[in-house]
Ligand binder design. Sequence first.
Ligand code: GTQ
Length: 373
Amino acid sequence: MSFRENYREAVAGRANVADTSELLAYYDEIERHHAGALWTVANKIEPWEPASSSAPMLWQYDALRPHVLRSLELVTPEEAGRRVVYLANSGRRDVTAAVGWLYSGLQVMAPGECASSHRHSASALRFIMEGTGAFTNVDGHKMTLSANDFVLTPNGTWHEHGVEADGAICIWQDGLDIPLMNALEANFYEVHPDLKQPIIFPIDDSTASWGSAALKPAGEHGPKRYSPLLKYEWERTYDALQAFARVSDGSPFDGIHMDYINPETGGAVMLTLGASMQMLRPGEHTHAHREVGSFVYQCAKGSGFSIVNGKRLDWKERDIFCVPAWMWHEHANASVTEDACLFCFHDLPVMKALGLYRAEGLAENGGRQPVLS
Ligand code: GTQ
């Protein structure tokens, strides 16, 4: 700790105790009784502000894709359970997180394959990256999936994924709150007794019922815990962004930014995970802000870069990057002719439910960060 930090802690009445031999002996003694002196850890466990152990990171699709495809030859979905290459944040390897308490991975399936049905305490979502013929069945609601579609498999629902026999190899991004469920010691996992669940409803009934802008089935109530709309199609999403851009300047921090919502409540799609799609107009470079919450982004269209706590991350279509909690971030579209779109999932519903959400914009330097690396 620097002299300045030491001084700040002392003046503010924070722990500032020098290690004398008497004290070190005392710490050893109480440690033998499975106890510790709070002042040795106080400043660490009560930081002045959130101090994420996650690193801002970029996962380039071109680099990862061959390894994801190789797993097709190495393991079957039956052997592996889920054939997924997960994203390991260098600061969060111990909890298998891509950032904060969020997990993410790239799942691959060949035509005719289907992983067995299961359910768990973790809430899950998928963002389709490539391929044709992918489907997911969630509690009997079977959905057909195309690139840039966003799908929910809420916690507690039986779900299975596969690719139709006449489809092409599919890769999608999984996003789950597995690390959070484990941190809360609340994680259960169950395999469906029949391994495969029946299709109960008409194909794509959830989108047909709940997917119309501002209209919902009269009098009908969706499930309480999650959105009855389980699939958000890319075309409708992109149309919504285009329409909004015609009448709005957007957010100084996020451009044309829209949340995927539960059409029943107007709130987040699931209790713990929220998601959004944002469009950066040609040449747009947003101002930096920071929020209490962790974010995983995937570039759905175009190319550009983001600066996260001074680190520049250059991304293009299908690249994934993360923004750890309370880190400054700003986004830029590299093209002056095409728009760029960023899909994002995050844990803001948790932060908001617990009254922890905060955000602030960078005031200095015209709202732009210096690039440090
Ligand atoms: O399909 O629910 O990437 O349970 C990791 C764990 C996907 C899933 C993952 C899972 C799933």
